[in-house]
Design a protein around this ligand. Structure first.
Ligand SMILES: NC(=O)c1ccc[n+]([C@@H]2O[C@H](COP(=O)([O-])OP(=O)(O)OC[C@H]3O[C@@H](n4cnc5c(N)ncnc54)[C@H](O)[C@@H]3O)[C@@H](O)[C@H]2O)c1
Length: 260
C-alpha cells in the first residue's frame, strides 16, 4: 500500500491515463477524488474503484474554471478524512492537430485554456492547501514527450505541453521550501480514447496503417498503455520519490532516447 492514508485528486480521471491512475492510487490505499468534465466517465471510474474495494468520489469539474479548481481541492480535503491533500495529479487535457497556419486563434485559446490554464489553476489551488498543512505534498502535471521532441501539425498542443513543463520547473523552485514537490510526466503515445479518436478522425479507413506507423516511433515498436503512465504517476505521488523535484519523467518507450 504505497499511498496508505493519503488523499489524492486526479483531473481528467473519467478516461484513459487519468482513470488508470485514479484506480491505481485507490488500489494503493489513497482516498481519491475523480474530477472530470465528463460526468458519465467520472462516475464509471468511481464505480470501478469501488468494485475493487477502493475509496473514491466524483466531482464534476471544468479545470478551466478557477472556482471549480478551488472547489475540487475543498472536496478532496473534505472527503479525504485527514484534513489534507497529499497528491494532486493535473492530468486533464485535450489534443489538437494542426500546423500554425491551420490553427485558428479560437482553437489555440481552447487548447491553452484546458492544457495550460487548467494546470495553472489546479496548481494554484493545490499549493494553497499544501502550504497550509504540515509536510507539503506532491503535485504531478501532465506534459508530453512533445515538449522535448517536435511532431508535425501539433503547434498549439506542443506549445501547451512545453508550457506545462516550464511551469512545473519554475513552480518547483517556489514550492520547495514548503515540502511541496512538483514534477511533470512526459508520456509518448499511449493507447487511450484520446489517440483512438485521433486515428478515427485523421485516418478514416486507414487506422491500422496509421497505427503501424505510430508503433514504429517507439523503440519497443508498441504504444504505451494507460497503466504504464499510471505506474509512473504512482511513483511521483508516493514518498519513494521524495528526492525527485522539478523532474520531467519520460514514459515513452524510448521515443525521445533516439532512433534505432
Ligand atoms: N494518450 C497519449 O498518447 C498522451 C501522450 C502524452 C500526453 N498525454 C496527455 O495525458 C492526458 C490524458 O490523456 P488521455 O490520453 O488519457 O486522454 P483522454 O481523452 O482519454 O482523457 C482526458 C480526460 O480529460 C477530460 N477533460 C477534457 N477537458 C476537460 C476539462 N476542461 N475539465 C476537466 N476534464 C476535462 C476528458 O473528459 C477526459 O476524460 C492529457 O493531458 C494528454 O494531453 C496523452
Amino acid at each position: 500500500m504505497r499511498l496508505e492514508g493519503r488523499v489524492a485528486l486526479v483531473t481528467g480521471a473519467g478516461s484513459g491515463i487519468g482513470r488508470a491512475s485514479a484506480i491505481l492510487f485507490a488500489r494503493e490505499g489513497a482516498v481519491v477524488t475523480v474530477a472530470d468534465i465528463d460526468a458519465a466517465g467520472g462516475a464509471q471510474t468511481v464505480e470501478l474503484i469501488q468494485q475493487g474495494g477502493g475509496r473514491a468520489s466524483f466531482l464534476a469539474t471544468d479545470v478551466t474554471d478557477p472556482e471549480a479548481a478551488r472547489a475540487l481541492v475543498a472536496h478532496a480535503v473534505a472527503t479525504g478524512g485527514t484534513g489534507r491533500l497529499d497528491v494532486a495529479f493535473h492530468n486533464a487535457g485535450i489534443g489538437l492537430v494542426g500546423s500554425v497556419e491551420e490553427t485558428s486563434p479560437e482553437d489555440w485559446d481552447r487548447v491553452m485554456a484546458v492544457n495550460v490554464r487548467g494546470v495553472f489553476l489546479g496548481c494554484r489551488a493545490a499549493v494553497e492547501q499544501m502550504k497550509a498543512q504540515s509536510g507539503g505534498g506532491s503535485i504531478i502535471n501532465m506534459s508530453s514527450s512533445i515538449a522535448n521532441t517536435g511532431l508535425g501539425r501539433r503547434a498549439a498542443y506542443a506549445a501547451s505541453k512545453g508550457a506545462v513543463l516550464a511551469l512545473t520547473r519554475s513552480m518547483q523552485v517556489d514550492a520547495a521550501p514548503y515540502g511541496i514537490r512538483v514534477n511533470a510526466l512526459l508520456p509518448g503515445t499511449i493507447y487511450t480514447p484520446f489517440v483512438q479518436g485521433y486515428l478515427r478522425r485523421s485516418f478514416q479507413g486507414r487506422e491500422e496503417e496509421a497505427l503501424a506507423s505510430i508503433r514504429r516511433r517507439q523503440l519497443t515498436n508498441e504504444l504505451g498503455r494507460p497503466e504504464d503512465v499510471a505506474a509512473a504517476a504512482l511513483f511521483l505521488a508516493s514518498p519513494e520519490s521524495s528526492f525527485v523535484m522539478g523532474a520531467a519523467l519520460a514514459v515513452d518507450g524510448g521515443l525521445t532516447a533516439g532512433k534505432p
